[in-house]
Design a protein around this ligand. Structure first.
Ligand code: GLA
Length: 408
């Protein structure tokens, strides 16, 4: 993928997301009583393989969705930025500066915006103000990376507002990750931001999180679809559980380095053969987490090789991934386990697993297209017959990458 440059208003007219863009521009005009001069968009994602491997320097496989966050914008004289969020039906006003380190506990969503704008040095240097209207068609809080899509979309808006002509896509993804880690306080890896920036319609995405090499693998030859089911369980990943898992992986990596007498930067540098050689000597909890990460990396590498010819095998790897999250990594929950267990007995099922941080959020399934209506109905019925909560599984489409438009 070459550098990301901004598209024109003629191209906007042909964009599949035009209805969302029109809505966003209308909301901008209604709220700010002026017309925006550009619009940015970044999609959400769903993780296919590579659970908690990204911050361990490992391998991931994902898809970008065809839903995401749009930001309409215009520069303002003065230093103040006004943001309107359609989801919260709320205005926030702030100034972007390097001293502002304080997260606002009452308005987490503005942290993502402030954090993203801080990644555009020109905005800070020129103390530039702007009006922004944020509209999303991505379900929030269901583990589909609404935060990365908001961050990346705002970053693109910031780059256009400060008159940058282009950006390297990996630089954009890394700035997005940096802002979430440093400003919002979520110690995430690169999976979500990478997927949003590199998304490609009908393609699986692969990333080596250490080397930053990546690929897009077509998922078009067989009639398979992606089905997503929100477990309805919400878990605030910023609140510490995610950081604990990360710390556990880092401890295991350190211990393994000593035991194997080999310099290790990440768990990704350990083969399963080396790992099992010293398994008994590792801390019991940390070694189960390390086992998940090390074997998960192998699954992604295998998945990458076979994904375009053998979706059945890809599906099998997804089930193994889920079982490993459930039994070893410890980041599943009863509802996610139930969804995956019920799904396996349904027509059309190829594979399924939890997606993202875990402890709730969404499960993702690979399903034969023809049988997907029966699969979706069966999953809903099966789940609701054993749970007190409801579920509404749906077919998801694989969408294109983040993009920005400017016309003034
Ligand atoms: C969250 C994080 C990602 C990644 C996944 C788990 O989505 O934001 O960086 O670690 O969890 O794979």
């Amino acid at each position: 993928m070459s550098s990301l440059t901004w598209l024109s208003v003629e191209e906007l007219e042909r964009d599949k997301k035009l209805p969302l863009f029109k809505k966003t521009l209308e909301i901008y005009e209604a709220q700010f009583k002026e017309q925006a001069t550009g619009i940015s968009y970044a999609p959400g994602r769903v993780e296919i393989l590579g659970n908690h491997t990204d911050y361990n320097g490992g391998h991931v496989m994902s898809v970008a969705l065809d839903v995401g966050t749009a930001v309409a914008f215009k520069t303002q004289s003065g230093t103040t930025t006004h943001v309107y969020s359609d989801s919260f039906q709320k205005f926030e006003t702030f100034e972007v500066n390097t001293e502002d380190r304080a997260s606002d506990p009452n308005s987490k969503w503005t942290d993502y915006i402030k954090g993203a704008l801080r990644e555009v040095p020109e905005i800070i240097l020129n103390s530039q103000g702007a009006n922004l209207a944020v509209v999303t068609d991505l379900p929030m809080g269901s583990g589909l990376s609404s935060s990365a899509s908001l961050t990346i979309s705002t970053l693109i808006a910031g780059l256009i507002l400060s008159d940058q002509k282009s950006i390297e896509p990996m630089d954009l993804a890394q700035r997005g990750q940096h802002s979430e880690v440093e400003f919002v306080g979520m110690p995430c890896g690169l999976l979500d931001q990478f997927s949003s920036v590199f998304g490609r319609e009908n393609h699986l995405l692969y990333l080596d999180c250490e080397q930053l090499t990546h690929d897009a693998i077509p998922l078009t030859h067989e009639k398979v679809v992606i089905v997503i089911a929100d477990s309805g369980i919400r878990h605030q990943l910023v609140d510490g559980e995610y950081a604990k898992l990360k710390a556990s992986c880092e401890r295991a990596c350190k211990e393994l380095g000593t035991l194997l007498d080999k310099p290790l930067r990440f768990l990704r540098d350990v083969s399963s053969e080396e790992f099992f050689r010293v398994y008994d000597q590792l801390d019991p909890q940390d070694r189960r987490r390390a086992k998940h990460v090390i074997l998960e990396n192998e699954r992604v590498l295998l998945g990458k090789e076979i994904a375009s010819q053998n979706t059945k095998e890809l599906g099998r790897l997804m089930v193994q991934s889920h079982e490993s999250s459930r039994d070893d990594f410890g980041n599943s929950c009863r509802e996610l386990d139930l969804l995956v267990e019920i799904a396996q007995k349904l027509p059309g099922f190829l594979g399924g697993k939890l997606s993202g941080g875990g402890f709730g959020g969404s499960a993702v399934f690979l399903v034969n297209e023809e049988e997907s209506p029966h699969f979706i109905a069966g999953l809903k019925d099966g789940f609701e017959s054993v749970s007190t909560t409801s579920v509404s599984p749906y077919k998801a489409s694989i969408g294109d990458c983040a993009r920005g438009y400017r016309w003034a």
